[in-house]
Ligand binder design. Structure first.
Ligand SMILES: Nc1nc2c(ncn2[C@@H]2O[C@H](COP(=O)(O)OP(=O)(O)OP(=O)(O)O)[C@@H](O)[C@H]2O)c(=O)[nH]1
Ligand SMILES: [Mg+2]
Length: 236
């Protein structure tokens, strides 16, 4: 086993962030390894990670051929992390919107799924324009109403899965390509009675690199909510 806990980070054009992120995470705890999942980034992120990985066995990279969205990258990364024997699997972005130091609190909680939440007491967002805050809040209200999940932050992407929870999800049935991946995964955990806990995090807008979010990706969350609620019921 590489490490007890594996942090899975999808990257696409994050050249300026990867080295700093790897450093910050490795300093947080001894018992973690980092698995980047790079979709053949045109800016050479994959090569930068390989260079870091050669110097540090706790850094790994899974290279995929082409950009297929964050959801697909996570599925590949989760499968690999389970294969490597991780007991806990953390997922996070590479743009420092998620504070690396928060992994300690995520790992300390013993729930089946721990969600870093912007919308519980003590959490929040920084640097987001009004429109972005509005979409995020309205999205949350819509998702709660349609799916029945009571999560305060159903679309957040900073989470910690227990091995047993992640193993119970049939990753091959997850349909989301983009950000609705977060909500689709939460839905399966919730529907199957796993204990989910939300702990406060502060989400900061990225400083380096560019956002990959598109209106189509945001729209997918609406479609996926409706599909989960009204589509053919699938069991894990
Ligand atoms: N491998 C892979 N990574 C991706 C893809 N799309 C986004 N990412 C990564 O997923 C993480 C989140 O993407 P961001 O572009 O920061 O999106 P976001 O955080 O939802 O949106 P912003 O707040 O606007 O940055 C980052 O680490 C990206 O590099 C993809 O298609 N493939
Ligand atoms: Mg981001």
């Amino acid at each position: 086993m590489v490490a007890k806990n594996i942090i899975v980070i999808p990257t696409y054009d994050e050249r300026e962030n990867v080295a700093k992120m790897a450093d910050a995470l490795l300093q947080c705890r001894e018992d973690i390894a980092v698995l980047f999942v790079d979709d053949n980034s045109p800016d050479g992120t994959g090569e930068v990670i390989e260079k870091i990985a050669r110097e540090n066995p706790r850094i790994m990279c899974l290279h995929r051929e082409k950009k297929e969205g964050l959801g697909r990258a996570y599925i590949a990364g989760f499968k690999k992390a389970l294969e490597l024997g991780a007991e806990k699997i953390i997922q996070m972005d590479c743009d420092f919107s998620h504070n690396p130091e928060d992994i300690v609190r995520l790992l300390n909680s013993d729930a089946d799924l721990v969600i870093g939440s912007r919308y519980v007491k003590g959490g929040g967002t920084q640097g987001w324009p009004f429109k972005r805050r509005l979409i995020s809040r309205a999205g949350g209200i819509f998702i709660r109403a349609v799916t029945g999940m009571k999560l305060k932050d159903p679309t957040g992407g900073f989470k910690c899965w227990k091995r047993s929870t992640l193993k119970a999800v049939d990753l091959d049935t997850i349909r989301s390509m983009g950000y609705s991946f977060q909500l689709e995964m939460n839905y399966f955990a919730w529907k199957n009675g796993f204990k989910i806990v939300e702990i406060p995090i502060f989400f900061t807008d990225r400083e380096r690199g560019y956002s990959k979010i598109t209106p189509g990706i945001a729209w997918e969350s609406v479609k996926v909510s409706l599909m989960l609620r009204f589509g053919k019921r699938r069991k894990i």
